[in-house]
Design a protein around this ligand. Sequence first.
Ligand code: HEM
Length: 483
Amino acid sequence: KRDAVSNIPGPPAIPIIGCLDFILKINPRNVSQIAIENARKYGPIIRIWAFNRLLIGSSDTELNEQILSSSTHISKQRLYGLLKDWLGVGLLLSDGKKWHTRRKIITPTFHFKILEDFLQIFNCQSMVLLDNLAEKADGKTPFDVYPLMSLYTLDIIAESAMGTQVNAQTKGNVEYAKAVSEMTELSAWKFVRIHLNNSLVYTILHPRKKLREIQLIRIMRDFTKKVIEERREYLLKNSRHQSENGENENDIGFKKRSALLDVLLQSTVDGKPLTNEDIREEVDTFMFEGHDTTATALSFTLYLLARNPRVQNKVLAEIHQVYGDDLSVPFTLMNLNDLKYMEWVIRESMRIYPAVPIIGREIKTDFHYTHSRIGNGVIPAGTEFILNIFLALNDPRFIKDPEVFRPERFADISPEYNFNSIPFSAGPRNCIGQKFAMYEMKLSLAKIIHNFELLPLGEPVQPSVNIVLRSVNGMQLTMKKRS
Ligand code: HEM
C-alpha cells in the first residue's frame, strides 16, 4: 500500500502508529481549518496513516469526479457504521445489489408529479413555522433559528415519508419527534470521537449513553413499525373495497398521500414484497437524511441573508415579482423554478457552509485514476477515501474570493459541470432527495422573507463538523415583521 501511494504527500508517519499525533489534534471545530492548512501544505490530495489504516483525503475535482461517477466504488467508509443500529442497512448505508434494487424502487418517489403533492405539506407546515417565528420576531432580541428549523423539517419529512403528522412544531415533546432529534444529536456527538467507533469501547466508557441510545431506537422502531403495519392493512382493505365496489376512489378515511411508504409497500423484489423490517430501515433513513441536513442548510442561509441586506432585498424583490404582494398564488413547482436568484442564494450558502461537509468511501478493489492534480496513479484496495466537499466548494481554482458571499457568481458556474459544485454529492450515489430539499427550502425562504426582515444581531457562527455541519453557538439573528 505504501508503495502504491508514495506519490501522495501527507503528514509524517511514525512506524506502527502512523500519523496518530496529527489525527488526535483534529476536533469538530478545527477540522475545516486543518483541512485548509493541509491543502496549502500538501496540495488537494493527502494521505494519512492511522496505525495500519490508510486514509486518502481529497478535494481534487478530477479525482473526486472519477470516484463519484464510478459505479464500482460505492461502498461507504466504515465510520458510517455508527448509524447502523438506528438506520439498519437502508439506502444511505447499503451497497451492491441491495443498494441498486432499493435505489431503483425509491427513485420514482421523487418524480415531479409526486413532488407537486409534497408542496401541500411544505405549505401547511410553513404556516406553523411562521407562527412560531412571529413569537420571536421582536426586532431586537437575537435567537438561534436552528431549533425551529429542525422541528419544522422534521414535521415535513415525517409527513412526506410516512403520511403521518408527528406535530414536532406544535407539541415539541411528542415522543417520536423527540427521539429522532435526540438520536441525531447523540450520533453526531459519537461520530466525532474516533475512539468510540468501536461499540465495545463506547459501551464501557459511556454505558448511560448506550442505554439511552437503545431506548431511543426502541421508541423510533415501535412508532415506525406501527405506522407501517397500519398502512399495509389500510392498503389491503382499500384494494378489497375497490374491487368489491368497482370504485376507483381510494380514500376511505386514511390519508391518501404517503408517497415513500406506499411505494415501498407496493414494491416487490424477486417477486416477493419487502418485509416490514426492509421498509423500516428505508423510512428511518429518510427521517435522518431528510431533516437535519435541510434544517442546517436553511438556518445557514437565513443567517447569511440577515448579514447581507443587499442580497436579502434582491430575494424579496424576486418573491414580489413571482408571487405579487400577498403570496395568495398557490405554490407550484413551476413558480418555484422561477425563483432563480433564490436558488443561487441557497447554492452560495451551501458552498460556504455545506450541510454535509465530508463524505467517505471504502475502496474495495484497486482504483486507477488519471489526470488528477498529481497525475495518474492507483489507490489500493482497503483504503478509506475521504471526500472533502467543503474544500472542493472553496477551491480557488474555480471560486474567486471563496470566503465572500456572492450568489451572483452562480451566473458564471455552469450547472452541467456538477462536480464543481457538489453539496448534494454527485454521480450514482448522489442525494436522492436534492430536488425535494431545494423546493422545500425555496418555499420556506419565500414565506419567511416575505413576512419578516432578517437582521444581523447575535454572535457570528462557529462551524463544527458533526456528520452534518453545525454551529457551536447556533445560527443567531433576529427578525422583524414586515409592515
Ligand atoms: C440541504 C439538504 C440536503 C443535503 C445537503 C444532502 C446531502 C446529501 C449528500 C452529500 C449525500 C451523499 C452522502 C454520501 O455519499 O455518503 C446524500 C445522500 C442521501 N440523501 Fe441527502 N441531502 C439533503 C436532503 C435530503 C432529503 C430532504 C432527503 C430525503 C427526502 C435526502 C435523502 C438522502 C438519501 C436517502 C441519501 C442516500 C442516497 C444513496 O446513497 O443512494 N437528503 N445527501
